[in-house]
Ligand binder design. Structure first.
Ligand SMILES: Cc1cc2nc3c(=O)[nH]c(=O)nc-3n(C[C@H](O)[C@H](O)[C@H](O)COP(=O)(O)OP(=O)(O)OC[C@H]3O[C@@H](n4cnc5c(N)ncnc54)[C@H](O)[C@@H]3O)c2cc1C
Length: 475
């Protein structure tokens, strides 16, 4: 008999949360804290979604998406999780750029970028200040027609070196391009510029362990290896439950942390929505995916400090096509020193690149394996510039592609950062189509990344609370 991962689960909950990415986890936590019964269903054997890690022989632990997030994560974790989680967040001080146009180190905050733009790039101080003020004031209700490219052209015409400095890290962080609305850039860039880049001391496994403990304390019923196959919709267009691992479980509200398009077209079914909404949803573009190469050094072997995050490129100018190409010329290296997990004394490197799903999914099995090996070899070649004897020092090396991300998260096309901007309106519009159905997960560029996902989880939990307990019913 296969193990029943739903053993002991009730037949009815106030809320079912589908998926345990940071948005799903946060929604579940908020709703349980508010007193609702919550069932959290995750198809993988591990919680966290893309906020994840894996272990390899010799005690190596690789983090997948722990490269950096803005300072706002401290406040969000303190408020919506707990002080222990918030207190483990620390700053990364060595952010580095190495490319044919410039070589520099920065703390990646407004003060340091102001210095660099004026002293190194020769931009007039009033232009720099005006740029920072403009992007800091940007918000969701602003003009959504101006693109990021147009924003840069307004302040730094013809300066592809400045554009590269300002844009490359944000493209790595959320897949956005010069064609995306400038507000998406402004919001995310300003979040980083307020105080720099932060990480979680203790690693992703430590974070998720602490989150799990908090969820259990608040009474969330957590189930792994539970694949939701269907969201049930009643004749009055109200959600009434889910089908998971072949079993029906009833509920008053569903929060889907699965990919937005998967939620609409697979879990619910387009027949339940207005045709205009279906058209809108169909037009939503998915964001790009990623490739990664993971390198663990032999136990007891290390390397001198070469920075925490390194944006390396052999390409001239900011070029999204080159960044997505399988013929890789740009990589972001995350260097992990023993202080990330002080009790382990390990050195690791993770190289990340933006990538297109189709470039990898259409390969034959042999081509796929050969391409992965090529990715590993070219990454090690590149890394030798910073850690000269990396091939001798490496104990374990492996690679992930968009197909890997798809397999573990079920995201269409292995999307790393949800959808493009238009996905946000569709995500927010779901409950107007089907009462009790909500989506909380990476969408619209601004609601992605660790901070975006946590904050969107909170926003959606508040909406669910309002739906379950309307103002008139509150005393
Ligand atoms: C390579 C890479 C590097 C990144 N680096 C950073 C970084 O440095 N900083 C940063 O802030 N962000 C980074 N990100 C982005 C960040 O990790 C994500 O935006 C964020 O973690 C997404 O959270 P989410 O809530 O949208 O859900 P996801 O993490 O996408 O999780 C969704 C969950 O739903 C589950 N699920 C889906 N369908 C079902 C179903 N039918 N039944 C049950 N469960 C289901 C999936 O298994 C998954 O666990 C990176 C992403 C990638 C891929």
């Amino acid at each position: 008999m296969p193990k029943d991962f739903l053993k002991g689960a009730r037949d009815f909950y106030d809320v079912v949360v589908i998926g345990s990415g940071l948005a799903g986890l946060t929604s579940a936590n908020m709703l349980a804290r508010a007193g609702y019964s919550v069932l959290l269903l995750e198809h993988h054997y591990q919680l966290g979604g893309l906020a994840t890690w894996f272990r390899r022989r010799n005690g190596h632990i690789f983090d997948i998406s722990l490269h950096g997030f803005p300072v706002g994560m401290i406040k969000s974790c303190r408020k919506y999780w707990n002080a222990e989680i918030a207190d483990s967040i620390v700053q990364l001080k060595g952010i580095r750029f190495e490319n044919p146009q410039f070589s520099l180190w920065t703390t990646f905050d407004r003060q340091d970028f102001t210095r660099i733009l004026i002293d190194k790039f020769g931009v007039a101080p009033d232009v720099v200040q005006s740029f920072f003020e403009t992007v800091r004031r940007m918000n969701f209700y602003d003009d959504q027609t101006m693109t990021t490219g147009e924003l840069f052209e307004r302040f730094f015409p013809g300066r592809d070196d400045v554009v590269r400095l300002l844009m490359e890290p944000i493209t790595y962080a959320n897949g956005s391009t010069l064609e995306d609305p400038a507000i998406t850039y402004g919001i995310v860039f300003s979040n980083f510029m307020s105080k720099g880049v932060f990480t979680f001391r203790g690693g992703t496994d430590g974070l998720i362990r602490k989150m799990r403990a908090e969820l259990e304390k608040n009474g969330v019923d957590i189930r792994i290896r539970c694949l939701v196959e269907k969201v049930e919709v009643g004749p009055d267009r109200r959600t009434t439950g889910v089908v998971v691992n072949g079993r029906r479980i009833g509920c008053r509200a569903v929060v889907s942390n699965a990919n937005l398009k998967q939620t609409i077209f697979e879990l619910v079914g387009e027949e339940h929505f207005d045709s205009s909404f279906v058209e809108e949803a169909r037009a939503v573009r998915l964001n790009n995916s990623s490739c990664q190469v993971y390198v663990a050094l032999k136990p007891g072997v290390g390397f001198d400090y070469v920075g925490d995050l390194l944006f390396h490129s052999e390409h001239r100018g900011f070029d999204i096509e080159a960044m997505l190409s399988r013929n890789i010329s740009s990589r972001t290296f995350s260097f992990y020193y023993p202080d990330i997990r002080p009790w382990r004394n390990r050195y690791l490197v993770v190289s990340s690149t933006n990538a297109r799903y189709d470039d990898w999914a259409r390969l034959s099995r042999e081509e796929y394996q050969a391409s992965k090996q090529e990715l590993i070899e070219s990454t090690l070649d590149c890394l030798e510039q910073y850690i000269p004897d990396i091939r001798q020092k490496a104990d374990h090396v492996e690679a992930a592609t968009p197909c890997t991300f798809k397999r573990y998260t079920r995201h269409w096309q292995g999307a790393s950062f949800g959808t493009k901007f238009e996905g946000l309106a569709v995500s927010k519009g779901l409950p107007e189509q089907i009462a009790g159905l909500f989506h909380a997960g990476s969408v619209g560029i601004i609601m992605s990344g660790w901070l975006g996902a946590v904050n969107y989880g909170v926003i959606v939990a508040n909406e669910v609370d309002k739906y379950l307990t309307p103002a008139a019913a509150r005393v």
